[in-house]
Design a protein around this ligand. Structure first.
Ligand SMILES: *Cc1c(COP(=O)(O)O)cnc(C)c1O
Length: 434
């Protein structure tokens, strides 16, 4: 590492406690200091480039320092950087809410702002519970899918099911039960899982406020994928038992699954939809909870401190973040992003054929612009993902496997040549594993 890189890493480790990290790992695994980003590339201070194959934790859907988004944020910066959203309003929030209502499945007509994904999940959970309460029902339980991930604040962690994040905090969590996620992408396994869902709803439906799902792809749970039929049928069952359906589209939203939102493939309007990550193109933290007029109206009455939704965050609806989100949505309007993605994902699928011949590959799966390669024959303590990660970094590609699952979630602007480089590097990394 050159002097500049080393200096920054040393200064960093003096003061910073990094997310999702056993800090002692950095005694042997160097931090990567990033100087600048451009398109799908990140550059360190030595001008070494890395393809950002995971869109920096799934947020930079149009890559880094996009000219259009940058310009829109700069314009907003000189106009209004922030104002509270209680009792006040501003153009970027109003315009963004209008666009989101038009873009999301019909019936999602109200927008509640938050500032990160986990907070949006907390909002949806609280709103759902509170809705039932306002209507004289007590439903203190939530339902979620096995292997799900919904964030890491206490409520969001409670409805998730990834042991790694959850186990330690079990005594602190709110009440939640799980129903099995469909085993694979087949219709048959969707139908099997529906039978189990119906059994739970029949037994405990009247205690449950909401059923929360990640539509089509469970992200942090290892890019596990399932058939849209499950969502279509789950929505019908939820209606039957008066249980809300919360579609957590924080990762799947904004084109990742091949359609603008995962729910579209199931032709379902959920009662709540949480959005964040790609919403601002990776520029600024922002999240929204979309809901129906029916939910909104259950809170709408003369002032009553028990009935109003008195939830807020300091940065709720920040104008800079809203302007980044507006600019991101304009990029979808300016060209056929989803159509281009469909061609790219077909190309990626073709390129993945060769992985199937490797003896340590268990399965290759894909939904839209998410591809996962599941490895087999390794124990967790071998930390096989770390080896792929390091090989990728040494060869200019940022891959960040989830355990033994190597995946690609590149910015949509990736070119065909760059897809080749990204996939070939992962292939070499996997081939070289012991
Ligand atoms: C990332 C993610 C969250 C949490 O969002 P944060 O902004 O990281 O708090 C919630 N749900 C899903 C499906 C996610 O992928």
């Amino acid at each position: 590492m050159n002097h500049k890189n080393t200096q920054i890493v040393t200064e960093d480790l003096k003061n910073i406690w990094h997310p999702c990290t056993q800090m002692k790992d950095h005694e042997t695994l160097p931090l990567i200091p990033i100087d600048r980003g451009e398109g799908i590339y990140l550059y360190d201070f030595d001008n070494k480039s890395y393809i950002d194959a995971i869109s920096s934790w799934w947020v930079n859907i149009f890559g880094h320092t996009n000219k259009h988004i940058s310009n829109r944020v700069k314009e907003q910066l000189d106009t209004l950087e922030h104002v509270l959203l209680a009792g006040f309003t501003h153009k970027p929030a109003v315009n963004l809410a209008d666009k989101l209502v038009n873009l999301t499945p019909s019936g999602l007509d109200k927008v509640f702002f938050a500032d990160n994904g986990s907070s949006a999940v907390e909002v949806a959970l609280k709103m759902s519970f509170h809705y039932h309460r306002n209507r004289g029902e007590n439903r203190p339980l939530f339902l979620s899918l096995t292997n799900s991930y919904h964030g890491e604040t206490i409520g969001a962690l409670s409805v998730g099911d990834v042991e790694l994040y959850k186990e330690t905090y079990a005594p602190l969590l709110i009440s939640c039960i799980q129903t099995p996620v469909p085993e694979d992408q087949s219709e048959a396994s969707a139908n099997e899982a529906i039978i189990k869902l119906e059994k739970i709803l029949k037994e405990r439906g009247n205690e449950i406020s909401a059923f929360i799902i990640e539509p089509l792809i469970q992200g942090a749970g290892g890019m596990h994928m399932y058939h849209p039929l499950y969502i279509t049928k789950a929505k019908k069952l939820c209606e039957k038992y008066g249980v809300h359906l919360i579609a957590d589209e924080i990762m799947t939203g904004f084109g990742r699954t091949g359609t603008m939102f995962g729910c579209e493939q199931a032709e379902v309007t959920p009662d709540f939809m949480t959005l964040s990550k790609g919403l601002t193109g990776g520029y600024l933290p922002l999240a929204v909870v979309m809901t129906t007029n029916k939910v909104y109206n259950a809170f709408y009455c003369d002032y009553n401190e028990h009935k109003a939704f008195l939830h807020s965050h300091s940065y709720t609806g920040n104008p800079l973040a809203c302007s980044a989100a507006l600019a991101t949505l304009e990029l979808f309007e300016a060209s056929d992003v989803l159509g281009d993605n469909r061609k790219k994902s077909a190309y990626i699928l073709e390129k993945l054929e060769k992985f199937k011949t490797l003896s340590n590959v268990k399965e290759v799966r894909q939904t839209g612009m998410v591809v996962a390669i599941e490895l087999k024959g390794y124990k967790p303590e071998e930390r096989i993902g770390l080896k792929v990660y390091q090989y990728g970094l040494n060869n200019g590609v940022l891959l960040r496997p989830l355990g033994h699952i190597v995946y690609f979630m590149p910015p949509y602007i990736i070119t065909y040549d760059e897809i080749d480089k990204m996939i070939d590097t992962a292939y070499e990394a996997i081939k070289l594993l012991p």
